[in-house]
Design a protein around this ligand. Structure first.
Ligand SMILES: *Cc1c(COP(=O)(O)O)cnc(C)c1O
Length: 360
């Protein structure tokens, strides 16, 4: 067996240790005589799995008691609708910052349910930076402000949260969840699909302040109402059982790694290897302004489409897979989530150096 270094933006690498545990437990979980895949979600064994996963996530992220943790389905994309359906309920207004395709999709979906306003955008420079805003840019009547904390496609990240006055702040954290500590208290809602940094696709994590639950628009489908899921501890219907189980294993792995402070140090160290090389390379260059660079997604180009294509192909042949950039940016993108070991990044940089020498 030879495992590749997978730089996919998502679904992406999972810690090898987690995959081994899952493999060991595939045929029999504990002494239950069955796989978690086959288990009733109402069984006491599964109840322990989902409760432990929530407890570990609360512990790792220091989630205060006045926040609900929900394990939902439908991906982050379903949250683009759930957020306005549940939160755009006082003045039917919401402010969005457009930092990329996901943020824009969230904005467009909200526009279907109320008065969504694009307050700022970095579309003018292919989303290669985070637009600056001040509290006065936002409508004080807005029911919330929505941001995408880490922009998976473009490789930008909010290193400082925007000042939104007292307006509830909602953030899509799909591609940076658990990559570093985050002060949950600063947010009304945090949400993310699991397939970037947490688990296989299928579960979406929502962390929502409890007082915001229960005011959904009248026509909100039952399944899209946070109240439905909070009242039933994410068990209104069958939850994505296996993804939640793997998420639980990943939470335990993060604890073993030393928690989010340590994850942050490790991720910074990893990203630095790549960014330092990009800044010194004569062939490759990063596409994002240095102050807004993501720790998780690193887009880069050679400036020559033909060379880019050759690099992607040769990288693949050498065990560095899924490194092609998003079609809207071109070039390459290395997604270096929590589970990417530093050796993967070091070896990639070595390979890039060799490619650079050969193509000078
Ligand atoms: C991947 C991604 C999404 C879409 O997630 P789905 O789970 O596929 O709906 C949304 N937002 C961000 C920031 C993402 O990285």
């Amino acid at each position: 067996m030879s495992r590749v270094y997978n730089f996919s933006a998502g679904p992406s690498m999972l810690p090898e240790e987690v995959l081994k545990t899952a493999a060991d437990e595939m045929l029999e979980y504990g002494t239950t005589g069955q796989s978690v895949m086959e288990m009733s979600h109402r069984s006491k064994e599964y109840d322990a799995i989902i409760k432990q996963a929530e407890a570990d996530l609360r512990d790792i992220m220091k989630i205060p008691d006045n926040y609900e943790v929900l394990f939902l389905q439908g991906g982050a994309s379903t949250q683009f609708a759930m957020i306005p359906l549940n939160l755009m309920n006082k003045n039917h207004k919401a402010d969005y910052i457009i930092t990329g395709q996901w943020a824009n999709k969230a904005y467009k979906e909200a526009s279907r349910y109320g008065d969504a306003r694009a307050v700022a955008s970095s579309a003018d420079k292919t989303f290669s930076y985070i637009p600056k805003t001040t509290a006065s840019d936002f409508d004080e009547d807005a029911d919330y402000v929505h941001i995408c904390l880490n922009n998976t496609i473009y490789g930008t990240k909010y290193h400082e949260l925007p000042d939104v006055g007292g307006i509830p702040l909602v953030a899509d954290i799909s591609s940076c969840i658990l990559s570093e500590p985050i002060d949950v208290n600063k947010f009304a809602v945090l949400y993310g699909g699991a397939q970037k940094n947490v688990a296989p696709a299928g579960v979406t994590i929502v962390i929502i302040r409890k007082d915001l639950i229960g005011n959904a628009m009248d026509f909100t489908p039952t399944m899209l109402n946070y109240k439905t899921h909070s009242e039933n501890a994410s068990m209104f219907n069958t939850p994505p059982c296996y993804s939640i189980y793997i998420a639980g294993l990943v939470f335990k792995w993060i604890k073993k790694m030393g928690g989010l402070e340590e994850m942050k140090k490790y991720n910074e160290k990893k990203a630095k290897v790549l960014y330092d090389f990009l800044d010194s390379s004569k062939l490759f260059k990063g596409t994002v302004v240095p102050e807004d660079r993501s720790l998780m997604n690193v887009p880069f180009v050679t400036g020559n489409d033909e060379l880019d294509t050759r690099f992607v192909a040769e990288a693949k042949a050498n065990g560095f897979v899924n490194i092609k950039g998003h079609r809207s940016v071109g070039g390459m993108r290395a997604s270096i989530y929590n589970a990417m070991p530093i050796e993967g990044v070091e070896k990639l940089v070595e390979f890039m150096k060799k490619f650079e020498e050969e193509n000078a």
